[in-house]
Design a protein around this ligand. Structure first.
Ligand SMILES: [Zn+2]
Ligand SMILES: [Zn+2]
Length: 165
């Protein structure tokens, strides 16, 4: 049976554009995800997260930012942690600040019939509420933005000085 070999790709900085190159060929050539090169190389793209074991988290008395409960495996989320398994579908955490807009705030506060009609074009006007490190809502509304998904409650973690950058 055939096996595969894996190697970190080479990079070429082409005036600000970084090209990813085949590590097996000399001279090399660009490689792409979802497209096998003549030499058989495919660029594998993977999203990787570190999962922290329940025991370690328990010792550190960590609670999940999403559900506020301890126990189970979690991944890091900002300076806090969230459960690997969906534990609170009501709460959508935003890992990145969306593009807040005053227009989204106005649409959000419109009468439901008008809001619903406008949202067909703008996406769902969504309020973003701040969470502290323990997953408690601070009560502060961070802003409003148009989400592509349907309406729901969205949350952003409180930013502290240590998060800067
Ligand atoms: Zn190659
Ligand atoms: Zn949780």
């Amino acid at each position: 049976m055939a096996t595969t070999r894996e190697a970190p790709p080479k990079y070429k900085n082409d005036g600000g554009n970084v090209q990813i190159l085949c590590p097996f060929c000399e001279p090399s050539h660009p490689i792409y995800p979802h497209k096998i090169s003549a030499c058989g190389t495919l660029l594998k793209v993977a999203a990787v997260q570190t999962v922290y074991p329940a025991r370690t988290l328990k010792k550190a008395e960590v609670v999940c930012v999403k559900c506020g409960k301890p126990g189970g495996e979690m991944v890091a989320y900002g300076r806090g942690f969230v459960h690997v398994q969906e534990c609170n579908p009501e709460r959508k955490l935003l890992a990145e600040a969306p593009t807040y807009s005053e227009w989204a705030r106005r649409v959000y506060n419109m009468p439901n019939w008008l809001r619903g009609w406008l949202e067909r074009f703008t996406g769902a006007a969504t309020e973003v509420i701040e969470l502290d490190g323990e997953g408690r809502e601070t009560g502060r509304i961070i802003g409003y933005y148009f989400a592509e998904a349907k309406r729901g409650r969205h949350f952003e973690r409180k930013h502290s000085q240590a998060d800067a950058g």
